[in-house]
Design a protein around this ligand. Structure first.
Ligand SMILES: NC(=O)c1ccc[n+]([C@@H]2O[C@H](COP(=O)([O-])OP(=O)(O)OC[C@H]3O[C@@H](n4cnc5c(N)ncnc54)[C@H](OP(=O)(O)O)[C@@H]3O)[C@@H](O)[C@H]2O)c1
Length: 234
């Protein structure tokens, strides 16, 4: 029995695996229908994690947007949006990021996991915008997930970016992949890509089993169960 939450990896890519383009502005891959689907998935989780590169590049708020989904969570005695989580090994996160400046009633400050040498400086930088959690051992997604389990997180959604998805699969910290694929090719060799992460789904380290595939607006959403090969065969 693994002492961590159920972990759902979520991403949207182009046909050639791009998660974004290499320009400073964010590439729009999903459409409104898929964003609504992701919003509902967020609402069904206890926590949402993005990597620090995504905080820097996309500047997300990581909140549930649909008022109806938010009201349903509140009616269940939950905060309107799940716990928001990120991490940094370098300590390089700005207090001006939306993640740290956006506050909502009932939604606590995001958790920022970092290694012990950076914890004090980061806590000073982020102030009341975040709760900095100092990790004494290696700053892995496994360590973060285990810590979140102690905080009552049973379902964790990891929304990228490229390095974070790859790290989750490399560590085997993933139970499901929800992959929305848009019907066009980007052709930008410098774009952040899902492809390096997929090398871990080689059937030896991890096996992916297709559970569902369906269109959603202009994208197709693939849902895979992710497990160690021996568990996947059960
Ligand atoms: N289409 C989608 O579904 C989707 C979703 C999310 C993001 N994105 C895109 O993904 C891009 C960002 O991807 P990214 O790979 O640069 O960022 P990321 O995965 O969000 O974060 C990468 C950062 O993680 C830290 N890190 C250090 N060592 C690492 C390791 N071994 N494994 C993992 N992370 C490590 C580093 O930051 P520190 O130095 O601070 O530790 C590194 O810069 C953006 O362009 C964004 O638009 C797309």
């Amino acid at each position: 029995m693994v002492d961590r939450p159920q972990v759902v990896l979520s991403c949207a890519t182009t046909l050639d695996g791009a998660l974004d383009d290499s320009s400073p502005t964010r590439l729009v891959i999903s459409d409104a229908a898929d964003l609504a689907r992701v919003d509902a998935e967020r609402a069904a989780c206890d926590a949402i994690l993005v990597g620090p590169g995504t905080v820097r590049a996309d500047n997300p708020r990581l909140l549930v947007r649909d008022p109806r989904l938010r009201a349903e969570r509140v009616a269940r005695g939950l905060a309107a949006s799940p716990l928001r989580v990120t991490f940094t090994r370098s300590g390089g996160l700005s207090a001006r990021a939306h993640l740290f400046t956006t506050r909502e009633e009932g939604v606590g400050a995001p958790l920022v996991f970092t290694s012990a040498p950076h914890a004090e400086g980061l806590a000073r930088e982020l102030g009341r915008g975040a709760q900095v959690v100092s990790v004494s051992g290696p700053l892995t997604l496994g360590a973060i997930a285990a810590n979140l389990a102690t905080r009552g997180v049973r379902r964790l959604m990891i929304e990228g970016g490229a390095a974070t998805l790859a790290a989750a699969l490399a560590e085997g910290v993933a139970d499901e992949l929800q992959w929305a694929v848009a019907p066009w090719r980007l052709g930008d060799p410098a774009a952040p890509s899902i492809v390096p992460a997929l090398r871990h789904l080689d059937g030896r380290h991890l096996a992916a089993t297709l559970r569902d595939v369906r269109p959603c607006g202009s994208v197709v959403v693939f849902r895979y169960r992710i497990a160690r090969p021996e568990a996947a065969a059960e």
